[in-house]
Write a protein that binds this ligand. Structure first.
Ligand SMILES: [Zn+2]
Length: 68
């Protein structure tokens, strides 16, 4: 499964270097909205969620977690 991530450094003018990763876009959206609201003072709106989703990217070659 490809991991998805969103990187705050992609936000124009952002000085935040946080990147958030998840296995699916639903989880990533929840975490990204939480970060945007708590760390950046955004309001949780459908527009914010739509904008965040445009920034989702597929993580390059992250090693798969293997069962021991
Ligand atoms: Zn941030």
């Amino acid at each position: 499964m490809n991991r998805l991530y969103i990187d705050c450094r992609d936000v124009p003018g952002s000085t935040c270097s946080v990147a958030i990763t998840a296995d699916n876009k639903e989880e990533l959206l929840v975490a990204a909205v939480e970060h945007a609201v708590k760390a950046h003072g955004y309001t949780d709106t459908p527009e914010l969620r739509a904008q965040l989703q445009t920034m989702f990217k597929v993580a390059p070659t992250v090693p798969q977690r293997k069962a021991a």
